[in-house]
Design a protein around this ligand. Structure first.
Ligand code: SF4
Ligand code: SF4
Length: 385
């Protein structure tokens, strides 16, 4: 017996997808080679052929609740073998960006992050705010920090003020991420109701943490084998920098409360300084390798402004962070303080808009991976797919 199926097509969604990374989507003729080639897809309801079909038909509701978009690790084995050049790996990536935009809270920020003029506005916020605080802090002493020796960044912007500038956007980002990921998980639950074959939530979280730290999924990639190493370098580099920044924060406040601890500028062989420097080098090497591979495979990969803003932002954070130290040690005051200002602006952008930009994948992917285990995704057939 056959039933009637009504498809709620969203043509604006298809157009948006085509303009933001999925330009070759319509070339797909559903041969399924990509699904056979994918090293990460489960046997039941596999990807990415079905996503190509849903995307061609404009089935936005299914796609924004599609856990499989996030189980794909962009290895591009599928793109490599697609006989029509439809670039399914890139379409999956564009669909992830659309998902971030769909759940973005507040919605406008993600839309802005996709356009040049929008990004100018997003950058103007920290540029103006940080400059204003620097001026207010230093106007009475005639910007004495510029000529004071040795160069100390806290003379321009005391750590208390840095905390005051960065804690509110961090809280803003966490709140927005909570709102976005809650809606995302509600969507996953509707599309993939939990089954009795799923793991407990604790086991699912535990397993996902191990998967992320070991990059086990990246290791299965064929075409983009090197991505396992480069992404791991970048991820561990940024984890190291995150720990470094928070250690500096803790040291500062311990010192403020009378504890006898070293504060910034830390000596070269201080453990926190060593961690920071090693992490910077790792993150820089990771980003460099990712960029090199992307450019080398530029006929197969598609980088949108949304992608470039993320990569460029990460790259500038690392480079300005390293240069801050170089210029400080080399006693180039103007260069040092300008570089530090650019560094702060870039860090503000990364933190404040974390869940609405491409950086948001650090929330979405683990959430989907946890839910995949929790729902028993790779052990079950979802009849509604
Ligand atoms: S994306 Fe390419 S490989 Fe996949 S189904 Fe379409 S035409 Fe076939
Ligand atoms: S990019 Fe890799 S993981 Fe993603 S669908 Fe294609 S083959 Fe699978």
């Amino acid at each position: 017996m056959t039933g009637r199926v009504t498809i709620d097509a969203d043509l604006n969604f298809v157009q948006g997808l085509i303009h933001h990374g999925g330009a070759d989507l319509k070339k797909c003729y559903q041969c399924s080679t990509c699904t056979v080639a994918c090293p990460l897809t489960p046997d039941e309801a596999p990807f990415p052929r079905k996503e190509m079909l849903w995307a061609q038909w404009g089935m936005k509701d299914k796609l924004v609740r599609d856990m499989d978009l996030w189980l794909c690790h962009n290895c591009n084995d599928c793109t490599d073998l697609c006989p029509r050049g439809a670039k399914p790996g890139e379409v999956m990536s564009a669909l992830r960006n659309k998902t971030i935009e769909h759940y973005s809270y507040p919605a406008g920020i993600s839309k802005s992050a996709k356009t040049m003029s929008g990004n100018v506005v997003l950058f103007l916020v920290p540029m103006f705010l940080i400059a204003l605080v620097i001026v207010i802090q230093n106007i009475d002493n005639n910007f004495a920090f510029l000529t004071a020796k040795p160069i100390v960044y806290a003379n321009m912007l005391p750590v208390n003020l840095v905390d005051l500038l960065f804690i509110p956007p961090a809280l803003f980002a966490l709140f927005n991420a909570y709102k976005a990921i809650s809606s995302f998980i509600r969507g996953l639950k509707e599309q993939y109701p939990p089954t009795e074959k799923g793991e407990s939530l604790l086991t699912a979280i535990n397993g996902t943490i191990k998967d992320v730290l070991s990059h086990i999924e990246f290791k299965k990639c064929g075409t983009n084998k090197g991505r396992n190493f480069s992404h791991k370098l970048m991820m561990y580099g940024f984890i190291g920098l995150f720990i470094t920044t928070n250690s500096v924060f803790v040291l500062h406040w311990l010192h403020e409360f009378g504890f006898d601890v070293q504060t910034t500028p830390l000596p070269f062989f201080h453990p926190v300084k060593i961690l920071g420097n090693v992490s910077s080098v790792a993150a820089f090497a990771g980003i460099y390798l990712i960029l090199r591979d992307r450019i080398k495979n530029s006929n197969e990969t598609v980088l949108t402004l949304f992608d470039w803003m993320f990569i460029g932002n990460m790259f500038l954070i690392i480079v300005t962070g390293i240069l801050c130290q170089v210029f400080r040690v080399g006693d180039h005051a103007y260069l040092a303080f300008i570089t530090y200002y650019i560094h702060l602006v870039q860090v503000f952008y990364l933190i404040a808009y974390a869940s609405q930009t491409k950086f948001g994948h650090i929330f979405y992917r683990p959430a989907a991976m946890i839910y995949s285990r929790y729902s028993g995704r790779n052990k079950n057939i979802f009849s509604n797919l």
